[in-house]
Design a protein. Sequence first.
Length: 664
Amino acid sequence: MNARGIRFWPVNTRPPNPPRPSRAVGLILALLTILVHRPSQAAEPVSLRAVPVPGAQGIGLEYRTADRLIAAVSTLDAAGVQVRVPDQEWSPLEFQQMSSNHLGFTLGPTRRHGLVVHWRLTHPTPALVQRTLEVTAEVPTRFALRFAFTPALDRAVFATFSGPVTNPVTADTVRGAARTETFPVALARSPDTVFGLAADSPGLWENRCQIRVDPTTQTLEVLAGDGRDPYPLIVKPPEDARDTYQYQMDGWQSLAAGETRTFTTWIFASPARNHYDAQVAAHLAVANAKGWAGSLVEAILRNTSLYLLRRNLARDAENQPRDGRYIFVSGPGYGWKQWVSDGFYTALGLDDAEKTIEANRAVFWTRMDYEENAQYYLIWAVLMKRAGGTVNEALVRRAYEFIREHSRDGFYIPPPLPGSPNPRGWKTYHDVLLYDHDDCPTSNQGFHCGALMAAQELGLGATDADIETAIRAYRSLFNEERGFFPTSRQQHDTLGQDTLYGATLTYAVFGAKLLTDAQVLTHVRTSEKVKTPYGLRVISQADGSLLPGHSGVYCYGGSWFLNDAANYLLAGVHGLPAAEVDALLTERIAREIATTPAFNESISTVDGHPHGHILYSWNSGYWWLRRELRRRLHQTGPDPVNQAIDARYQVSRMDRFLTLDPVR
């Protein structure tokens, strides 16, 4: 089991590498593949609106597209929302009053079980209905909510984000459920149109967010709590090396007297030919509602951050609350844990000041004294300080003293992690890769240089000489004979593709080049000659082939998007023409999202399929890195990479929102 809680079994076979086109031909093929001519016959635009209908149960809601009724007023819950309190069954909320303005209309208030409820509906786009339930407690109250949408479609295919379902399915967004989904969306697709019901972030719903899809009744549901009795959620050693995370979870929302909470769901419609289109439509709907309508790439990455946000309900081994209101998890399977690096990159993707501050506050020491987490924390502290935030002075000083203690002649030598199953592992983000106790992994060294710059800016005592010594050490790792950066100082002939992303982050934050132009460009050109059809292997033999016993997934030769993208971004900083950088990034993104519109934990370099968590946390940092590097390089105007991906996946921008226009 690895440090992040998933089992992996290396395969002791090494398939032959397929023939690779030359670099120039590969770039041309990538551009031809992506910048295709779009046939003229696109799907008809789809609209969707909520219509209030007075009735015996109060004001009900029906949903229409053009002149067609898609969902009639339900006889079970006219307004489409039910409430439950302990020791009682679900019952519909009934609304007798309505007010309206130019944005939409509001049902209520209505009172039930000591709760005062307003139900606001707006139309952010012509095919998107935003529904916000505002709940205020008059007395302390525990409750759960159920939001429903029942589209009447012929020959409908029902699905969660992960894929179609034929039987009733319930999925949760927290670990411990029989089925989990990162993206809480329920889908119903006719041959040419998809209708969906999506929830807001579980982090905004006290981590109580479930979805239900019932093909037998054609019902899509989102639940903010399911009324379950208390149950434990625990992560403890040996699954985590030494930390215990625990929380007594239950199925109820809880409000104190006078406290208010809002619950937002979205109903959307879009043209769609298949499940992939439906997934894209879900991304675009949420991004449009949130104002992230720059491109499909931005939508996917920032939605990933949104749906990995969690309320920090975890408690330590002494059952004391952890600091920080929010954390960012790497994926539902990892439980309550937030690595510094994942919290850092995912917060940058969400770009929400409150969530960033609280996720930063949630960091504690034993999440920092291994891998490159202490270095990330110092860099994060600089960004916090620049934004006017409060820096934890004691913790940044401890982080600085730690990295100085483990530096020798400018090299950062990560210590073994107490409690790890292999003392040679858990020394870099790619945790199961092994390094001797006195070795310097190249990937950590880039972050180490940036961390020293951060320490200097934070006034911790790092000098110009310290920084220069670390940069010289980093440059000395380059294998001149083979023309690449190796995975570590002692594994000099093993090619590493996580070796440049620390330098990329350092340039984004400080505008400083750590490596020479020749080193970066040579590494990238060498890597392009030996890469697989599915991206760069995070670690491989010098000729790009798999190491003995490696399978081509995860750390065993898988391709990790953020590593590859950072290589190309850094090459642009060091002189690779922008058009070549754009073509390489476009090709790599197309490989990443070929199976699912998601940036994954890794993809297989043998068959290209995603491996590990789908919608994986740290990739959200690409959105920020790309933006910052374009700004530093004075690249203005629309991002050519985003434009190329939008064209390939038939996404268009219309009046400040994104639409999917698939060809018939």
